[in-house]
Design a protein around this ligand. Structure first.
Ligand code: ACM
Length: 545
């Protein structure tokens, strides 16, 4: 019985006989399959000591990689047969790569180790034919590196974890009130000032506790080039997010003129200097709707476009409180000058500017669903996070949508109740809840449903101060999410969660081999617990969002 995650579309077999793999097994890679050839040698070579020496094209047996234009993009057919050995055909280079991910799972948990092991059995792939292709073309993971910085090696590791789950869009949340993480050469203070905060609220925002030490870090442009190239080798697109006009306090701390200086000055007796924020929630300090702000961010986005080749560029647009704009004489003058009705239309004007600017450069804007308020920019795509409603409205208006409702796929939310759970925010969303998440709401017509590019799980890191805590929140739920994004599952109520759990038993061994600090089914391990005030919501406190 198949133990694959995500589940493939169809498996013929497996039979008890198999194709053996050993130190003499050759690998032949047709033109166009070199990313997979490199990945297989590096990964299986490191884990299992399989050198996969190059084979001649007409060689028989071993492992063969090739493109097959009868298959759709990202689709693959993996066949393990007595006469041909292991053959992976892909509709495109990505399809071959996803087939290789399946091959690794078929080889057992040892294939997931990062140091060579001598398996205690002969390696082999049971004879079978697997036909597979993804349900969605956008199978995303968003990682917030602004609230807590994840050093480059941790990001590369997450790209590997995504690849192992056939996820293909890495939404990189690079800027927020609490930190600016991307080197911008023309504005050095964004990282000199904006990448460090003096201290950090520990736990929920209503917690009385502080981590009284500086926190920060940023990626140099060389780091980013390395991350983007590493992702591309794994057929993952990196979509950068520069959040405007809210969630911008770190940028304003670096360049105070980006803020609404007229209201900040009156609130701070003439001092317009803000710090990088040390607490959680939604900062009232937002960008000024001024020409110099637009020019500044055009400069930022010019460097962003040089670094990130992705079609989509995320401009945030979420949670921008309008209070400063209401009180700012300069913002009010701007509303009058532009003939706008209100502050929502001002935000829409701001986002619309970058929609036009990005379109003129051959890119597409994507933003959180608040960009619907005040009118959606012509070319915009929507990340629907406050539920399905934003995505439904956008799809009906003919816009593309990525479904990531917080009620279902915000992985910062705790995954079980109980005093031992270390993360005291959000709703309880279990592994089964995520498994039963449906990205396409039934209200959409078929044509509208076609606007749903796919889905994405979001990992916000206010309460995840290191990689082990990110692992705990993300796993095992990301495995369930990956199956939702990739596999052709029945409607939520009919999904076979018991079979998923059965396959998870094998998958936990893979995650162990990868060193993933997931939440075990029986609850947190002793070192994952956080008893006392840190482990529980603070009495009477509002949820973080
Ligand atoms: C969000 O969670 N503010 C997009």
């Amino acid at each position: 019985m198949s133990e694959l995650i995500p589940a493939p579309r169809a498996v013929e077999g497996p039979s008890p006989c198999g194709v053996p793999l050993d130190g003499d097994t050759p690998l032949w890679a047709a033109p166009g399959t070199q990313t997979t050839e490199r990945w297989l040698r590096a990964t299986l070579g490191a884990a299992l000591g399989l050198p996969l020496r190059p084979a001649p094209e007409d060689g028989r047996g071993g492992v063969r990689l090739l493109l097959d234009d009868s298959l759709k993009p990202e689709a693959y057919r993996l066949s393990a047969t007595a006469d041909r050995g292991v053959e992976i055909r892909g509709g495109d280079p990505a399809g071959v790569f996803w087939g290789a991910q399946t091959l690794r799972q078929l080889l057992g948990p040892e294939a997931f180790r990062r140091a060579p092991v001598r398996p205690d059995h002969t390696l082999g792939i049971p004879h079978q034919i697997i036909e597979d292709s993804p349900r969605f073309r956008w199978r995303g993971l968003m990682l917030d590196v602004a609230r807590h910085f994840m050093p480059k090696d941790g990001v590369l590791r997450y790209l590997d974890l995504m690849a192992a789950h056939k996820l293909n869009v890495f939404h990189f949340h690079l800027t927020d009130d609490q930190g600016w993480r991307l080197e911008i050469q023309r504005y050095p203070r964004l990282t000199e000032v904006g990448s460090w905060r003096a201290r950090t609220k520990f736990g929920h925002r209503a917690s009385p506790l502080w981590e009284e030490k500086p926190h920060g870090g940023y990626y140099t442009q060389d780091d980013i080039r390395e991350i983007v190239a590493y992702a591309a080798e794994r057929h993952i697109t990196v979509v950068p997010e520069i959040d405007v006009p809210g969630h911008s306090q770190a940028a304003i701390a670096a360049y105070p003129e980006l803020g609404n200086t007229d209201v900040v000055a009156s609130a701070t007796a003439g001092d317009t200097a803000l710090s990088v924020w040390d607490s959680w929630g939604v900062s009232p300090n937002v960008l000024a709707p001024a020409d110099n702000t637009l020019r500044f961010y055009e400069g930022v986005f010019e460097e962003v476009l040089d670094l990130f080749p992705s079609e989509f560029i995320h401009v945030g647009g979420d949670e921008c409180p309008k209070d400063q704009w209401r009180r700012s004489p300069a913002a009010q003058a701007r509303i009058r000058e532009l003939g706008l009705a209100d502050e929502d239309e001002l935000q829409s004007w701001f986002i619309g500017h970058f929609d036009t600017w990005l379109s003129a450069r051959g890119r597409r804007l994507i933003g959180w669903d608040e960009i619907l308020e005040g009118g959606l920019a012509a070319g915009a795509t929507v990340s629907s996070w406050r539920g399905y409603a934003g995505g439904i409205a956008a799809a009906r208006a003919g816009h593309d949508v990525v479904m990531c409702p917080e009620q279902q796929v915000y992985l910062d939310h705790r995954q079980a109740d109980g005093a031992d759970e270390p993360v005291p925010i959000g709703y309880v969303r279990t592994l089964e809840d995520v498994y039963r998440f449906e990205p396409v709401p039934p209200q959409l017509t078929e044509a509208e449903a076609g606007r749903v590019l796919g889905t994405q799980a979001n990992v916000w890191t206010e309460v995840m101060e290191n990689q082990a805590r990110v692992d705990y929140q993300a796993f095992p739920r990301l495995a369930a999410f990956a199956e939702v994004a990739w596999s052709a599952l029945p409607p939520p109520a009919e999904r076979d969660f018991a079979d998923f759990e059965r396959r998870m038993a094998a998958h936990y061994r893979r995650l162990d081999a990868l060193g993933v600090a997931y939440r075990p089914p029986a609850g947190p391990r002793p070192w994952q617990r956080r008893p006392g005030v840190l482990g529980r919501p603070i009495e009477g406190a509002p949820p973080n969002r």
